[in-house]
Design a binder for this molecule. Structure first.
Ligand SMILES: *Cc1c(COP(=O)(O)O)cnc(C)c1O
Length: 366
């Protein structure tokens, strides 16, 4: 299939299953934006976009270059750039990307460029801060925004949106409801002053799971597409998209008192059979998984990672496992395994997926 032994396999049928799972929850008219930032959450943004271009209404990326990569691959659907930078606004226009204008600095600069370039009705998006306090205008900015925009036919407001801070945390229901209410009143105020009604959107994956009543005109699906619902029962209904596998490069027989790896972190107390696997911390395997904290699967059996994780390799204990050089090693091939790794490394599934470096070959299974 390819000459790389360490691969991240992307299951396109799982992607389709997951998108349909979320679509079934939504009203027929609700549009779907799929978030493919950070290489499609570590998978393959171009492939995800190609698979879904006919099934969804919008794509979103975080940064301009990510959007350009999609355009260069031939993706024609609308692409929202969530966090464009002032330096990239010309490139955004050149590649027909749609900027989120989230502050007066970026709004004014874009309006100047749009005026110079004589753009006509160029689609832009406005993000409002309703409690995440990350990026976005404030409710009180609405009249000034309208004053700036109403004078211009260079642009039009394609959508108005906000982002929830704790949609996955049901202890924060009161806070989330206040974000929803705040967003509702902001969007009503804006819509009242415009001829064309901008699309409204608020929900990310956990928002869809927990606050379906706030789906507005569109939802922004990220982690759920990749198989994680931030909720055990939700995740069970999704299919795993990404599987990380490698092989055994070499097998060693280690005598008692001998050590394995840097700083001699593992010292054998008995005869130990080890295998070396060509994947390391430079590929996204956290050093926190070393010294027996994490394990991989060899022939369906757990093999602990021993000693320190190296940049390009790990060593595993296969004393009890019948296996040979060249056999497959599974780093993860289920949501459960990813969640276990996340737990052991004090993080969340998002970080495990996006940490898989670009050195690992992506392999698409149709
Ligand atoms: C990343 C992101 C999303 C997707 O969030 P998930 O939790 O992965 O569904 C949606 N909206 C914005 C603004 C984001 O930055």
């Amino acid at each position: 299939m390819n000459n790389h032994v360490t691969v991240l396999e992307i299951d396109t049928n799982a992607v389709l299953h997951n998108i349909n799972h979320f679509k079934e929850k939504l009203a027929q008219a609700t549009k779907v934006l799929v978030v493919v930032k950070a290489f499609g959450y570590g998978s393959d943004a171009v492939e995800i976009a190609k698979i879904l271009e006919k099934n969804v209404d919008y794509f979103a990326v975080a940064y301009t270059d990510e959007g350009i990569a999609l355009r260069n691959a031939g993706i024609q659907a609308p692409i929202l750039v969530l966090h464009p930078q002032l330096q990239n606004l010309e490139k955004i226009i050149e590649h027909q990307l749609e900027p989120n204008l989230y502050s007066f600095t970026i709004l004014k600069t874009f309006l100047e460029i749009a005026d110079q370039k004589l753009l006509l009705n160029y689609p832009i998006h406005l993000e409002f801060n309703t409690g995440l306090n990350r990026i976005g205008f404030w409710h009180t900015d609405v009249p000034i925004i309208l004053a700036h925009i109403k004078k211009s036919n260079n642009i039009y407001i394609a959508s108005v949106f906000s982002h929830l801070a704790a949609s996955d945390d049901l202890n924060e229901k009161i806070f989330t409801r206040s974000q929803i209410n705040n967003f509702t009143s902001i969007s009503e105020e804006i819509s009242a002053h415009l001829d064309n009604k901008p699309m409204l959107h608020l929900l990310n994956t956990s928002g869809i799971v927990n606050y379906l009543e706030a789906q507005f005109d569109m939802v922004r699906l990220g982690i759920g597409l990749y198989g994680f619902g931030n909720d055990t029962s939700e995740t069970k209904q999704l299919k795993n998209v990404a599987s990380l596998t490698s092989i055994i490069s070499q097998i060693h027989q280690i005598k008692p008192q001998e050590s394995v790896g840097y700083n001699r972190a593992f010292v054998a107390t008995k005869f130990t059979k080890t295998a070396t696997v060509p994947i390391g911390h430079a590929d996204g395997i956290s050093r926190k998984l070393g010294n027996g904290n994490g394990h991989v699967l060899v022939n369906n059996q757990k093999a602990p990672i021993i000693g320190n994780v190296c940049m390009d390799m790990i060593m595993i204990d296969i004393t009890e496992i019948t296996c040979n050089e060249g056999d497959q090693v599974i780093l993860f091939n289920s949501q459960k395994m990813v969640e276990k790794i996340a737990e052991k490394t004090d993080t969340i599934s998002y970080e495990i997926l996006t940490a898989i470096s670009q050195r690992v070959k992506r392999c698409i299974r149709y």
